[in-house]
Design a binder for this molecule. Structure first.
Ligand SMILES: [Zn+2]
Length: 391
């Protein structure tokens, strides 16, 4: 692992498969996408198009369903690409686009820095969907007069309808929907605080989510629409959850961003040499000092890390003849970070690696060690400060 990582906090992508890229933006299909793709295909070919164009045969309905399902996902992709290009144009990095069970999501490397940018990035998505709705309805309504076959015009018109629906739904003012982002941009502009704006917009997102769940329950019990009701409950639940977690994520980012690895590390840790015999390592270091791990260095350069766990794995009789270098985790398997690495990124690295310690180094020269207990103590301090600020 190289100590000089990018300054942007990494975000864990959802599980899924790479489905190519557009203008350097990787497109991922989440596993849930496959289920929904076939559900959409089945609904289109089996119910929607037979109802809209009953005179066409089953094979035609199936082909229309296939074309419709693919174009539906292309529509979603274009909506997300609009967000992604707008973000890029305003200097916000784009990690990629994921298509999943509820549609699409463009992942950016950070938040916009100005309300106007946030507004622009949010509003282009629904605008793209509206434009697609106009095209769809245009072909659907004008097509028959131009001799375009019914199989094409029916699909176009229905996609126009879905894109209109998509634009309208996304404009609902609940974060993290686009409308909620527009609301947040407005509140941000008025209050001057991204955090307060996010808190209010996320609250609105949770209310909206609960309202949709309520509508779903009503539809389930009174309206008689079981599938539609369950679907609404599902969407509402997702929205309340997303609103909550995106606010927490922002809090964490804001909390961590100004703080770097050297703020939380224990500086100048005691080190041991790789030639140190194991019995001596145990008796002179682990038993006499209050540490569970020691960085292993040779001429001031890191070569590994030895922990109490390494020693415990060996029987006492096997200690003889062994040196620290035989049991330590070698450098290539260690997480090293630069002192200026943001804490958000350090936590992400530890989570990915499953490691309980990272070494803070510059050019392989050891500067400090960051263990889970260092981080726990530091988080406690941060939370205390945060609570007093929030009051
Ligand atoms: Zn959107």
């Amino acid at each position: 692992m190289d100590p000089g990582r990018s300054p942007d906090p990494p975000k864990r992508p959802l599980g899924g498969i790479r489905a190519g890229s557009v203008a350097g933006i990787p497109i991922t299909l989440d596993y849930s996408w496959f289920v929904i793709f076939f559900l959409v295909l089945g609904t289109f070919a089996g119910a929607v198009f037979p109802a809209h164009a009953p005179d066409l045969g089953r094979t035609t309905h199936l082909l229309m369903g296939l074309a419709g399902a693919i174009l539906f996902w292309v529509s979603l992709l274009l909506h997300e690409l609009a967000h992604a290009f707008a973000a890029r144009a305003r200097g916000v990095g784009v990690e990629g686009i994921t298509l999943f069970i509820f549609g699409g999501m463009a992942r950016t490397t950070r938040e916009a820095t100005r309300p106007a940018d946030e507004f622009f990035i949010a509003v282009v998505g629904p605008l793209a969907s509206l434009a697609l709705a106009v095209v769809g309805y245009g072909i659907g309504i004008g097509g028959p007069g131009l001799g375009i076959p019914e199989s094409v015009t029916v699909v176009a018109e229905y996609l126009g309808f879905l894109n209109l629906l998509l634009a309208v739904f996304n404009l609902f003012p609940g974060f993290p929907l686009d409308g909620g982002r527009i609301l947040r941009a407005g509140l941000w502009q008025v209050t001057g605080s991204l955090r307060r704006a996010t808190r209010l917009a996320a609250l609105s997102g949770r209310f909206l989510g609960w309202a949709i769940i309520g509508l779903g329950i009503w539809s389930l019990l009174v309206g008689g629409g079981v599938i539609g009701g369950l679907w609404l409950i599902f969407i509402g639940w997702f929205l309340t959850h997303a609103a909550r977690s995106s606010y927490q994520q922002l809090l964490l980012q804001q909390l961590f961003n100004p703080l770097v690895a050297s703020d939380a590390m224990s500086p100048d840790p005691e080190t041991v040499s790789p030639d140190l015999p194991l019995p001596e390592l145990v008796l002179e270091h682990f038993l006499r000092r209050p540490y569970n791990s020691f960085p292993v260095t040779e001429d001031g350069v890191i070569v590994g890390l030895v922990t109490l766990g390494h020693v415990k794995r060996l029987e006492r009789k096997d200690w003889a003849g062994k040196v620290t270098g035989d049991v330590m985790t070698p450098l290539r398997d260690l997480a090293l970070v630069a002192p200026e690495t943001p804490m958000a990124e350090v936590l992400e690295i530890m989570r990915e690696d499953g490691s309980r310690r990272v070494l803070v180094a510059r050019e392989w020269e050891l500067l400090g060690i960051l263990s889970t207990s260092d981080i726990a103590r530091w988080l406690e301090r941060v939370t205390l400060v945060e609570e007093t600020q929030d009051a």
